[in-house]
Structures are given as C-alpha cells and as structure tokens.
Design a protein around this ligand. Structure first.
Ligand SMILES: C[S@@+](CC[C@H](N)C(=O)[O-])C[C@H]1O[C@@H](n2cnc3c(N)ncnc32)[C@H](O)[C@@H]1O
Length: 389
C-alpha cells in the first residue's frame, strides 16, 4: 500500500469507529477484508487510527472537521505533510482536496498548548487543570504521543542484564529504566515479544513501568499472606510474586473470567497464585491490594477511545465503586496489616479524595502516598498505602 492508501484506510476506519464500532474490532475486520495488506501496512494503518484517537480534538481543529477525513487532514498538518501530496484521488489515495479544506489548512496554527488541551474531553478540563496544576501543559503534551512499551523482568528467574541479553538475541532491543529496578524499556522489536523465548519462558512480562514501581519497597513478613482483591489478569499479583517469592498470594476479582490468564501466566513465571471465587474470599491477609477499577486516565495514551467514552456520570459511578471496594477489601486486612489502594488515574477524585474519605471512616491510617506522572516515562499511576490501626 502507498502512504496515501494507508491514510485512506485510516479514514474509513475512523468513520466506522465514530459510528460506534470499537477500534480493535474495526482494525481486525479491516485486516480480514484486506488480506493483501502486509504487516507494515497494518501497523501503519493502526498507528494512524490510534494517533487520531489520541489527538482527536487537535487533529479536528487542524483539519477543519472531526470526521475521518478531517482527522487525517489534521494529522498531515500536525506532521508538516503537504496534504496535496496525499489527497490526490490517484489509485487508492483519498479524494482530492476541496476548496474549503485548502482554506482550513491555510488558517493560522493555534498555540501548541491550546492544541494539546483540545485532546482532553472538554468537561474534564477544569478538573484536570486543578489536579495537575503547573504540570497541566507538560502532561497534556506527553499524553498525545504513543506510550512506550515496558517489560518487567522476572527477577526470580533472571537478572536485568540476562533478560536484556536473551531479548537482544531475538532482535528485541531494550534499556533499563530508572523508575523501577525490574523494568526494561523496549527500544526496538516490540512486535516480536509475544513469540520470543524470553517471554514464553517467563523471563519477562509486559507491564508498564509505573505499575512495577508502585509495588517496590513493600515491607512484608516472611511467607506473607497477600490478597489481590481486584486481580484482573494478575499483573500486580505476578509482580508481587516475583519480588516476594515466599508470599502466599490469592487473586480475586468480581469477574472470574478476567482471571483466566492468571494460571498460564503464573506457570510461565514459575509462580503460585491461588484464586478465590467472586465474593468468596476467606480469612485475613498481611497485605491486601486494591488495584481499583477507574477512569484509566493515566493510561489513555494506550486506550484513547476510553478518554472520549468517559462521562461525568460514569466517573461518579466509579468513585462510588472505589469507596465500596475499599470497604469490602479492608475487611480482609489482618490486625496491623496493610492495604494498598491503587489506580491508573490522574484525577484527585479517584485518588487522594478516595483515600481521605476512607481514612475519615476510621480504622486505618495513611502510611505512604505515591504518584507517578506520565512525565516520569510510564503511565500515570497513584497509590496509597494504609495501615490497619
Ligand atoms: C484495574 S483492573 C485490575 C488490573 C489488574 N490488577 C492487573 O494488574 O492486571 C480492575 C479490576 O477490578 C475488577 N472489579 C471491578 N469491580 C470489582 C469489585 N466490586 N470487586 C472486585 N473486583 C472488581 C474488574 O473486573 C477489573 O478486573
């Protein structure tokens, strides 16, 4: 496919996504219907689609319209590409430029900070400006770019250098990252990871660096009893198992189906993780993790569709759910034990406000608070460590 044909494909896909089709499904269906497209074409089309979802507000402003064509025009303008070289109508290229599109392109460029602010949902802007304070412009800018890929080295199996060497032999270039001692940032060959021996043999797992950092430095007794109350696919439970091989970990989730990958992931990593059926956790634990369902605003570089789907009503539902989960999970903390509340949100309403409300209800004191900015390299992440009084 020519570069212009890839852009034409992205236009069609963006229109399908705007009409309600989830991005991943739209890309899969497009791939099935275009079997001639090679892996390079598929990757380029995917990148266009995700770039446009991430930068939907600014691309629409630059391109003069919010449909697929306007977004791709905006993408060209942001990238300094002359649209007349792409929108030619030749072969599989998008149709030639209309006079009003040429005029939109000639209009003066908005300020960079104004463009970046357009890539948040309008209704959330006042909250984000208040919560991020002086960091607002810089975080907004970072959140418009693709997120880096990180691996967590299973330090129970290999050192960082050994894992990096094994990956390099399979064409995957990495470097350590200062945020977490177990983290490797992937510099090249990311698409080879899922088939790499280092991954299949449990030397590394895909995990954002902030998710790794948040679990560092936890003081746990020998053979600690640990409950991962919102375990999902087990990312945190597996990281904890690698850092504390003696810990006895139980995973729980309201949706048992979300935990289906834990057994194969644990087997790859050589870890043992028990599972409790939804609502059937028994006993108390030295540490209870609550990786709470949240807006995911700290991860919107990876899941940009979610940014446009969030509503004020959904956010209110989430904060109520976070309070409820904290209460339920807290009941399983042993006397003197710890409760680690976490979200991948940038919003104080889901972070400090939830901790304060919980502490006010009594029985726990805040021992430590951490927050990771997307400016640190990984996702936006937040954690509060609470101790049972
Ligand atoms: C942020 S995700 C967890 C990610 C996971 N800890 C990881 O590291 O891979 C939040 C999880 O909370 C679960 N959840 C939602 N409501 C819950 C509830 N009331 N009780 C327990 N888990 C819940 C969701 O099913 C989802 O899997």
């Amino acid at each position: 496919m020519t570069p212009a044909a890839r852009i034409a494909a992205a236009i069609t896909l963006l229109d399908a996504i705007a009409a309600g089709e989830p991005a991943e499904r739209a890309l899969t269906n497009w791939g099935r219907a275009h079997r001639f497209a090679g892996s390079g074409d598929r990757a380029a089309v995917r990148d266009h689609v995700y770039d446009a979802l991430r930068c939907r507000g600014s691309f629409a402003a630059l391109g003069g319209a919010a449909d697929g064509r306007g977004l791709m025009l905006g993408m060209c303008r942001a990238a300094g590409i002359d649209p007349a070289t792409v929108f030619t109508g030749a072969g599989h290229a998008p149709a030639p430029l209309l006079p009003q599109e040429v005029a939109a392109f000639a209009a003066p460029l908005p300020e960079a900070a104004d463009l970046a602010a357009r890539d948040w949902p309008d209704w959330l802007l006042p909250q984000l400006r208040a919560d991020l304070g002086a960091d607002f412009d810089a975080v907004s800018d970072v959140m418009r770019a693709r997120a880096p890929v990180f691996l967590r080295v299973n330090l129970a199996r290999a050192s960082l250098a050994e894992a990096a060497q094994a990956l390099a032999q399979e064409g995957i270039g990495t470097e350590p990252h200062p945020l977490a001692a177990s983290a490797l940032r992937v510099l090249s060959g990311a698409r080879r990871i899922a088939a790499a021996q280092a991954y299949l043999q449990g030397l590394v797992e895909l995990q954002d660096v902030a998710s790794q950092a948040v679990l560092s430095g936890l003081a746990l007794p020998e053979a600690a009893r640990v409950l991962d109350y919102c375990a999902g696919g087990g990312g945190k439970a597996l990281a904890l198992a690698a850092a504390h091989p003696g810990a006895r970990i139980t995973a729980h989730d309201i949706d048992a189906g979300r935990m289906k990958d834990i057994p194969p992931r644990a087997a790859r990593a050589g870890a043992r993780i028990a599972q409790a059926a939804p609502g059937k956790v028994a006993g108390v634990f030295d540490l209870v993790l609550v990786d709470a369902p949240c807006s995911g605003s700290g991860t919107w570089r990876r899941t940009p569709e979610a940014k446009w789907r969030l509503t004020p009503a959904r956010l209110a539902e989430l904060t109520a759910l976070q309070d409820q989960i904290l209460e339920r999970a807290a009941a399983h903390v042993a006397p003197g034990g710890q409760l680690l509340y976490m979200t991948c949100s940038l919003l104080a309403a889901e972070n400090d406000a939830r901790l304060s409300a919980f502490v006010r209800r009594g029985g726990f004191a805040l021992a430590e608070r951490r927050s990771y900015s997307p400016r640190d390299g990984g996702d936006g992440f937040f954690a509060g460590l609470l101790r049972r009084l």
